[in-house]
Write a protein that binds this ligand. Structure first.
Ligand code: NDP
Length: 285
């Protein structure tokens, strides 16, 4: 019987653990979220993050800036947050409006407060095995895998997707778990054949239901990071992953659904990173 990996339940448990730990602290961890412009999806994400931040007992500082904010204004705000002792985590909601230079904005975030794990410093720390802050969605994938596989040593992990946000950090984390990691991407030859050799298959592609049932090795653990909105019946839409779930689920040993798999782990891991950052910053004071 295939086991469905319940990311929603795991995230709820993780948030409860974070709240319990926050309650023991003599200070309140603070997360600052910066939103530039009026992107409707980003507004929903930011509202969810703020709500869950407060629910675990942390301070949420929301900075909503108009779409015509200049690069200088945004960098000045990030610098101000870097210097603010009440702020332990800084997240700049992406994507930014096109006239802003995302790379230099991220580079301005103090690596110690970079709870999205997107700075070059934190990417380097992850690659070199040093202590840093790990990007939230990859951390969520790792926690789900650790909860479902007692020892990943020697397992073959295939990660489809090589973005800085998901694919690369996931591969680094699995390498640290002693997996033999293969990174696949749009130029990979015979992707179905490669996937069939995977004990752990992580799909982070952004192509609805690309990974078919016969790409999955029987008994494999499948982590579907994809979130794709596609047309459904009666003019409605629905969310599907990068894996053709109905085909893959009977073949996989364990699999994450979409929605309810990796998705809910992302904000929970953001809160975990904020707690981690707060403990390190306060210990260094
Ligand atoms: P990107 O678009 O940045 O990267 C996609 C990757 O998939 C690229 O490396 C690309 O290869 C590869 N790819 C594209 N087409 C193919 C193909 N036909 N065969 C093999 N590889 C292919 O996406 P992200 O990494 O940002 O996100 C991936 C998915 O995860 C998306 O669905 C996104 O919505 C979702 N996501 C979910 C999150 C969550 O909270 N659960 C958070 C972040 C993302 P190449 O490099 O060669 O172009």
């Amino acid at each position: 019987m295939t086991q469905i990996i319940d990311g929603k339940a795991f995230a709820t448990k993780l948030r409860a653990e974070i709240a319990a730990e926050v309650a023991t602290l003599s200070y309140k961890p603070g997360l600052a979220v910066v939103l530039v412009g009026e992107d409707p999806a980003s507004k929903v994400y930011v509202a969810n993050k703020a709500k869950q931040t407060v629910e675990v007992g942390m301070n949420s500082f929301e900075h909503r800036l108009p779409a015509d904010t200049t690069q200088e204004q945004l960098l000045a705000l990030v610098s101000q947050l870097n210097a603010d002792p009440a702020v332990h985590g800084i997240l700049v909601q992406l994507p930014l409006p096109k006239h802003l230079d995302t790379e230099s904005v991220i580079a301005t975030i103090s690596p110690e407060k970079d709870v999205d794990g997107l700075t070059v410093v934190n990417a380097g720390r992850l690659a070199s095995g040093a202590e840093g802050l790990i990007p939230c969605t990859p951390l969520g994938c790792l926690l789900l895998l650790q909860d479902n596989i007692s020892d990943m040593t020697g397992l073959h992990a295939v990660v489809i997707g090589r973005s800085n946000l998901v694919g690369k950090p996931v591969a680094q984390l699995l390498l640290q778990q002693n997996c033999t990691v293969t990174m696949a991407h749009s130029k990979t030859r015979d992707l179905p054949g490669l996937c069939r050799t995977a004990d752990i298959l992580v799909a982070a592609v952004g192509r609805p239901e690309m990974v078919k049932g016969d790409w999955v090795k029987p008994g494999a653990v499948v982590i579907d990071v994809g979130i794709n909105r596609v047309p459904a019946s009666e003019g409605k839409t629905k969310l599907v992953g990068d894996v053709a779930y109905a085909e893959a689920a009977p073949i996989a040993g364990k699999i994450t659904p979409v929605p309810g798999g990796v998705g809910p782990m992302t904000i929970a891991c953001l809160l975990r990173n904020t707690l981690t950052a707060a403990k390190r910053l306060e210990a260094a004071r």
